[in-house]
Write a protein that binds this ligand. Structure first.
Ligand code: ADP
Length: 486
């Protein structure tokens, strides 16, 4: 509640939104947290760009839309940028898709420079202007990652917006991506005051760093797990923003992500061949069979199936996986990976699958339905991340009774607890970030699966019974919103 007793009004400013424009975990969070906040009594709405294909996806999912009469305008690079506002309501949450030429390029440019960064600045200013086109004005702008970090910067340092006294929250889903590019001609074109470009604001080794600016300028900063909130204050984990994060730590807090548990539900999931639940696990065997068939492996094998659903980038530790290919094959387990990303990682996995074709299979690319089958059909979920802000995949895998093997880092450390602790747990964890560390945990999992089916079932049930709803975390965000309104 605000001082006047009305619900806090929050605008989610996000460049990814599941199920319309998801790329990774940020899209999942932006798609599910607003629903939970709404149930908690926050008046939350979402604004997001209509990237190519997004409006088609909206209509293919049968979501009804209307076009708002007024357009939204923003001034950037000496011209007016306008966008049509397409309004939709999904599970009670109002979403504004901004549709204009500015959003006709790729959602994440491969190279960042003034021109490719411009849509993100334009988007943030249009989010600030949205209140002039609709009959609703947010109390707080809730921004996510570098792609909307220009908004807090504008509220602090833009010639026009710094007068408006708006409040903002910067949520860090992954500090490794910062939005760094040359300052010329951005500084003049953006409308930011020239004095906003210095080492204690958004300047970063002579470049613009939007995320750094957003962290400094925002009223509050959150990140997606308590452990990651601590880790990012030290040098190793943030590619040199740790100093700023340490300096800003009094306004930083870690709030663990939840899941859309209705969407990720093995008992109602239409993308898997058989349903199952804690009470009746039988369907999981049919999912395993279907997955093995899809991979071209013997569907009747007793071997444990290890699955990975991931972006194939350095952060996720897949070099450890392909370097351990021989040892993994030796355990007798099958390893199925779905993902795409860096060439050298894809190559390493392809070589591993060619060397051990009876044990390792890569499904290259992004495939949502197949990812559901992987979660449902696997026995073990492997996630050996070098760093992991929160990680949703390990939680999804637990929902589907697939026991995680993870490195004890970031949000993995806050959600997966080793079964061999005296108090028990829901997975297998390791600390050392190398092949030996990972294999130590993976071998324990494979051995336990092979030799102790009763314990294995207990681990599955432990994971499936965890509370991964947004309820608790939505309450923490609500508290933060209300604190900012005091
Ligand atoms: P990150 O945000 O770092 O990519 P998370 O674990 O937080 O990692 O979220 C990843 C999300 O993206 C999960 O919902 C996961 O299922 C999904 N995902 C990742 N790779 C793929 C893929 N190749 N195909 C389908 N879904 C994927």
């Amino acid at each position: 509640m605000t001082k006047s007793g009305s619900a806090v009004k929050v605008l989610f400013v996000t460049t990814e939104l599941a199920p319309f424009s998801k790329v990774g975990g940020l899209g999942d969070v932006a798609g599910s947290l607003p629903k939970a906040l709404r149930q908690a009594g926050v008046d939350v709405r979402v604004v997001t760009p209509a990237w190519p294909g997004v409006l088609e996806k909206v209509s293919s999912l049968g979501v009804r839309t209307t076009t708002v009469k007024a357009k939204v305008y923003s001034a950037y690079d000496w011209r007016i940028h306008s966008a049509n506002i397409i309004k939709a309501t999904v599970d009670g949450v109002i979403i504004y898709f901004l549709n204009s030429e500015d959003y006709s390029g790729s959602q994440y440019p491969s190279q960042l420079n003034f021109w490719t960064a411009s849509p993100f600045a334009v988007f943030c200013m249009q989010a600030l202007e949205l209140k002039n086109a609709i009959d609703w004005e947010p109390d707080i702008y809730h921004c996510h990652d570098w792609t909307s970090a220009f908004l807090p910067c504008a509220l602090a340092w833009h010639r026009h917006y710094r007068q408006t006294g708006g409040k903002s929250i910067m949520t860090l889903h992954n500090v490794a991506y910062q939005g760094i590019f040359e300052p010329y001609p951005f500084l003049e074109a953006s409308g930011l005051e020239p004095w906003s470009f210095n080492s204690s604001t958004m300047e970063f080794y002579g470049q613009v760093n939007l995320l750094k600016g957003g962290i400094v300028a925002a009223t509050a900063v959150t990140t997606v797990s308590p452990t990651y909130a601590n880790e990012i204050q030290t040098y190793e984990s943030t590619r040199e923003l740790s100093g700023i994060l340490y300096q800003q730590r009094s306004k930083l807090r870690g709030i663990i992500n939840g899941l859309d548990v209705k969407f990720w539900d093995p008992n109602g999931d239409k993308a898997i061949p058989a349903k199952f639940s804690v009470k009746d696990l039988k369907g999981k065997a049919a999912c395993k069979k279907a997955l093995l068939e899809r991979a071209g492996f013997d569907p009747n094998t007793n071997a444990p199936v290890i699955v990975c659903v991931s972006r194939l980038v350095e952060q996720k530790g897949f070099d450890m996986v392909f370097n351990a290919a021989g040892q993994i094959a030796e355990t007798g387990a099958k390893l199925l990976i779905i993902g795409s990303g860096n060439d050298w990682i894809e190559k390493g996995i392809i070589q591993a699958s060619e060397a051990y074709p009876d044990s390792i299979k890569l499904f290259k690319g992004y495939d949502e339905p197949l990812s559901h089958l992987m979660y449902a059909g696997g026995d073990i979920f492997l996630m050996p991340s070098v760093f992991e802000p929160c990680g949703l995949s390990q939680m999804i895998s637990m929902r589907y009774g697939t026991v995680p093997v993870v490195r004890e880092v970031g949000g993995l450390r806050d959600t997966v607890f080793d079964v061999d602790r005296p108090e028990g747990g829901n997975g297998f964890t390791f600390q050392t970030c190398d092949v030996d560390g990972m294999m130590w945990a993976l071998r324990r999992a494979v051995e336990r699966y092979n030799n102790d089916k009763a314990s294995w079932k207990k681990f599955m049930i432990e994971g499936m019974s965890e509370d991964f709803t947004w309820d608790k975390s939505a309450g923490l965000y609500k508290n933060l919103y209300e604190e900012l309104m005091q």
